[in-house]
Design a protein around this ligand. Structure first.
Ligand SMILES: Nc1ncnc2c1ncn2[C@@H]1O[C@H](COP(=O)(O)OP(=O)(O)OP(=O)(O)O)[C@@H](O)[C@H]1O
Ligand SMILES: CC(C)(CO)[C@@H](O)C(=O)[O-]
Ligand code: BAL
Length: 282
């Protein structure tokens, strides 16, 4: 069922709750692909009822970012959700979520000062505001987020802790194209040449993994190897390449002694893509 009204979605969930049913939630910005589908499939397996939101959230886009251009196809998205077995596709209007005075903000400090947070000022405030609204409206038992946006997972977990949401966050693995490119709604922006060039992201992460597999533990050497891999691609412009603690996202410069997150953000032409791996040191 496609539901636009907040009141209606609340009533549906109230009814489910009165029947003792569990509720899973998958927030998305639409233009659904296999990455989103994997989150929805898992939610359908683990919950009696599933809500997916499709909302291109204006407050998480910077003034020079791609809010207008972001791909939108609600008809197709609805078909994908129905096929997967999602029960309600929630598509609120921005006017019903936001008010002109913008009185309330949700800011998670620390974790949002680095990586995408420092490159996209205000981005995580927008994400946290809209996700906290959805959590209040839907009050799910479990909610599903992709590891492709690893910093988003860390930030949302912190918000759930700090605001006492009684919701389990379920991080889901990155789904990739056959050649390694992480699935992303923004991949549609890529020209044929750029699509080939975009492989530099997964290639540089694979090279980091094989360097670690050989026993290298110096984070600076690892970073240098990844940078030199990416700069060989003329269409690529590095936004960041980091080696960070997988929990608190602090940069690591010296010896890697425990599990690390290796997140990267690279412009391919005008399109900014992100990817990462988690490497466990046993
Ligand atoms: N390749 C993927 N594998 C697993 N989860 C994914 C993947 N791509 C997106 N997701 C997850 O789907 C949810 C909704 O993401 P979103 O709608 O922003 O899609 P997206 O493809 O990440 O778009 P973009 O990166 O262009 O903003 C997020 O939790 C995100 O991490
Ligand atoms: C969680 C989210 C749907 C909030 O708009 C968005 O940041 C996304 O798609 O990852
Ligand atoms: N998946 C993250 C949404 C964004 O880039 O705004």
């Amino acid at each position: 069922m496609l539901v636009e009204s907040i009141k209606e979605v609340r009533n549906i969930i109230k009814q489910w709750r009165s029947e003792g049913l569990s509720v899973g939630f998958v927030p998305t910005m639409g233009a659904l692909h296999d990455g989103h589908q994997s989150l929805m499939e898992r939610a359908v397996l683990e919950n009696d009822r599933v809500v997916t939101s499709v909302f291109v959230n204006p407050t998480q886009f910077g003034p020079n970012e791609d809010f207008e251009a972001y791909p939108r196809d609600i008809k197709r998205d609805y078909e994908v959700c129905k096929k997967v077995g999602v029960h309600v596709v929630f598509t609120p209007q921005a006017e019903s979520l936001y008010f002109p005075d913008k009185s309330t903000t949700v800011h998670i400090s620390g974790l949002t000062d680095v990586l995408c947070g420092s490159k996209r000022p205000g981005h995580f405030d927008g994400v946290c505001l809209v996700v906290s609204k959805f959590f209040h409206i839907i009050q799910p038992d479990k909610t599903y987020f992709g590891q492709k946006d690893a910093q988003q997972v860390a930030v949302i977990k912190r918000m759930v802790r700090d605001l006492n949401f009684d919701i389990e966050i379920v991080p889901c693995p990155i789904v990739r194209e056959a050649d390694g490119l992480a699935k992303s709604s923004r991949n549609v922006y890529l020209s044929h040449e750029e699509r080939k060039a975009a492989l530099v992201l997964s290639r540089s992460l694979e090279s980091a993994k094989s360097i670690l597999d050989k026993g290298e533990r110096n984070a600076s050497i690892l970073k240098a190897a990844m940078l030199s891999c990416i700069i060989q691609e003329p269409l690529a412009k590095i936004d960041y390449v980091e080696v960070v603690d997988s929990e608190d996202l602090h940069s690591i410069y010296g010896e890697i002694t425990h599990t690390v997150l290796i997140p990267i953000a690279v412009y391919i032409g005008k399109t900014r893509l992100i990817d990462n791996i988690i490497y466990e040191i046993s």
